[in-house]
Design a protein around this ligand. Structure first.
Ligand SMILES: *[C@@H]1O[C@H](CO)[C@@H](O)[C@H](O)[C@H]1NC(C)=O
Ligand SMILES: *[C@@H]1O[C@H](CO)[C@@H](O)[C@H](O)[C@H]1NC(C)=O
Ligand SMILES: *[C@H]1O[C@@H](CO)[C@H](O)[C@@H](O)[C@@H]1NC(C)=O
Length: 595
């Protein structure tokens, strides 16, 4: 796989040289800026580059595209700039893997080559046809002046090739164009199609806005997911009304899929569900909100006859359930037939400056793929890193039954923790819940604001307790991942907040370091809660309460790099907290696209 990677990278290098004269103006000025700016040396330290998260050897990446499984291989395509570390010149880069962890880069699968994608090959999805052939549908930009968006298809040239190295664009492209009042500049990111067994027709969604795309009276326009139907995957007609819409601005990268209601982890393939199948499912509709730059979802019902989706919670579109409360965008799921699970891929951008990215030569990673399934409550999803990532675990250390007194911290020593997988179970006396902080009603609906006001260093009652990761020996630098428990003003069950606080994560002042937070819908009355954090040099990906609340944060320490990175458990509350069990593993490096 390595040799393969090298050939491909040599090829990409050629491409880069050949295309050097077309480098966009933006990029040139950023390069000059990078040279002039004082980029802190730690930013370009190779020990800051993530190791087991998906990324190419260099350059800019964004959305994951068309994840699929074919003849023993997982495929991931993604938005990629072959010419630099900022957005532009986008092609569909292509990598293959046996296990979703070790990756080999192939040559780009889709590049601008026809009139209907001449100015851009943007995001899209794959659908497996009944004969097993995967087909990709993606957004092409066909006019440069207004970013005019249409949808194209591409098929494998050789279905005997498990690596699907070559993709052909049939001459009937584009196959969907913005007609009937659709704003052509806001019409993109087709989903995987599903086929209703009742009538044999395919359906898919395209992200857009309702009407002209202008909001009323200063409100954001209505984001919409339009349904297109086809018998032959070639002629598509739009259903009159969108599957769903809400006044949250342009919807990018919609995703729509069934989840089983049994509480089990098994995934459900969308075309296997029909009125007659007897499968007990709910549906998830996810949209990437262009205005807010986060991925929001609701759980609800799919009315097949009306071709409409109805969230279970009528206020769901405004309640803001998110896959991840940190840097996580343009995500997409696929059904993995090999292990019968649904897997979520999402893009995490950088939090440093564009000039830093140019100096580093790379920008963007994909989060560790997550298995997603419906929580037994039926109200939200659960997410957990795919089991394959555990194959990277090496040397480990453990803590057992360790009490962390109020105001104290304990170091987890004995392994390197710049790249680690940490699982911890916390416990406290249920009686200490009486000492939990009162919840300010003004912030009861806004986790991020609450955590901004009650960060890791503000003393509390029950919590803040959790981990300091990527910490320097003197703890001057540290990123806190923690919980805090609140008593609601009018009684009721305690409210649990999960936060990542990077305010002290680096001495470098030029970073975007917001506090990320989400509420955890869990019953804490038994005094127990768990946390898992995947640490990979400049990313910390955390899963609270078994995957109920997830937060991915990018951090760039200037001291806590490589062997100097430490890990601690801390307790900033008044109540004693016990670590029932903590295990931390060093993480090994997988094959990563020839890097
Ligand atoms: C198709 O792929 C198979 C498997 O990689 C290969 O043996 C065969 O030569 C390919 N056919 C063509 C026409 O490229
Ligand atoms: C289409 O959307 C763009 C925003 O991308 C907006 O500027 C433009 O006014 C819209 N066009 C029409 C006809 O409403
Ligand atoms: C990631 O970068 C930060 C800092 O530049 C921006 O504020 C975010 O909008 C951006 N996220 C996405 C999804 O583009």
């Amino acid at each position: 796989m390595r040799a393969l990677g090298r050939v491909v990278w040599a090829w990409l290098l050629l491409l880069q040289l050949a295309g050097a004269s077309h480098v966009v103006h933006d990029y040139e000025s950023l390069e000059a800026e990078a040279a002039a700016a004082a980029v802190p040396p730690s930013i370009v330290d190779p020990l800051m580059r993530t190791g087991y998260h998906f990324q190419p050897r260099k350059n800019w990446i964004n959305d994951p595209n068309a994840p699929l499984y074919y003849k023993g291989w997982y495929h991931l395509f993604y938005q990629y700039n072959p010419k630099g570390a900022v957005w532009g010149n986008i092609v569909w880069a292509h990598s293959v893997s046996r296990d979703l962890i070790n990756w080999a880069a192939l040559k780009p699968a889709i590049e601008p080559s026809i009139p209907s994608d001449k100015y851009g090959c943007w995001s899209g999805s794959a659908t497996t046809l009944p004969d097993g052939t995967p087909v990709i549908m993606y957004t092409g930009v066909s006019r440069s002046d207004v970013n005019y968006q249409v949808q194209n298809v591409a098929y494998p040239r050789n279905t005997s090739d498990p690596l699907l190295r070559e993709w052909v664009k049939p001459s009937h492209n584009p196959i969907i164009v913005p007609r009937g009042g659709i704003n052509a500049t806001q019409f993109r990111d087709p989903t995987t199609a599903w086929r209703a067994p009742e009538d044999g027709r395919w359906r898919l969604l395209i992200g857009s806005v309702a009407g002209t795309g202008r909001g009323r009276g200063g409100a954001p326009p209505r984001g919409a997911a339009y349904v297109y139907r086809s018998r032959d995957f070639r002629r598509w007609t739009r259903a009159r009304r969108p599957l769903h819409s809400a006044a949250t601005g342009m919807w990018e990268c919609p995703d729509f899929y069934p989840v089983g209601t049994s509480g089990r982890r098994a995934g459900v393939e969308a075309s296997s569900v029909s009125a007659a199948s007897g499968k007990k499912v709910k549906y998830v509709l996810k949209n990437s909100l262009d205005l807010r730059r986060y991925d929001y979802y609701t759980v609800g019902a799919y009315d097949r006859a009306a071709e409409r989706y109805v969230p279970d919670d009528p206020a769901g579109d405004e309640r803001h359930l998110r896959y991840d409360y940190g840097n996580f965008y343009a995500s997409k799921t696929f059904y993995d037939p090999a292990k019968r699970r649904r897997i979520l891929w999402g893009w995490a951008n950088e939090s440093d400056t564009a000039a830093d990215d140019v100096a580093k030569g790379w920008a963007g990673i994909q989060a560790i793929p997550r298995t997603v399934w419906l929580d037994p409550s039926g109200k939200q999803l659960l997410q957990w890193p795919i089991e394959e990532v555990e194959a990277l675990r090496g040397k480990s250390v453990a803590l057992k039954d360790t009490v962390i007194k109020p105001g104290q911290h304990v170091e987890v020593a004995g392994i390197q923790t710049a790249q680690a997988d940490v699982e911890v179970s916390f416990a406290f006396e249920a009686t200490s819940l009486a000492s939990a902080e009162a919840l300010d009603p003004a912030m009861a609906g806004d986790a991020q604001r609450l955590c901004g006001a009650r960060g890791a260093d503000v003393g509390g009652g029950v919590g803040p307790f959790g981990l300091w990761v990527l910490a320097s020996a003197d703890r001057q630098e540290r990123t806190a991942v923690f919980f805090r428990v609140f008593r609601p003003a009018h009684g009721g069950k305690p409210v649990v907040l999960m936060c990542t606080d990077p305010i002290k994560s680096s001495l470098n002042p030029n970073l975007y370091q917001p506090t990320f937070a989400g509420f955890v819908d869990t019953d804490i009355s038994n005094g127990k809660i768990s946390l898992r954090s995947l640490i990979d040099r400049s990313v910390v990906e955390s899963f609270g309460a078994g995957g109920k609340t997830c937060i991915l944060s990018r951090v760039y320490p200037s001291l806590a790099i490589g062997k100097n990175a430490r890990l601690y458990v801390f307790n900033g509350g008044k109540a004693e907290v016990r670590v029932s069990r903590l295990t931390a593993w060093e993480m090994k490096k997988p094959l990563m696209n020839g890097a």
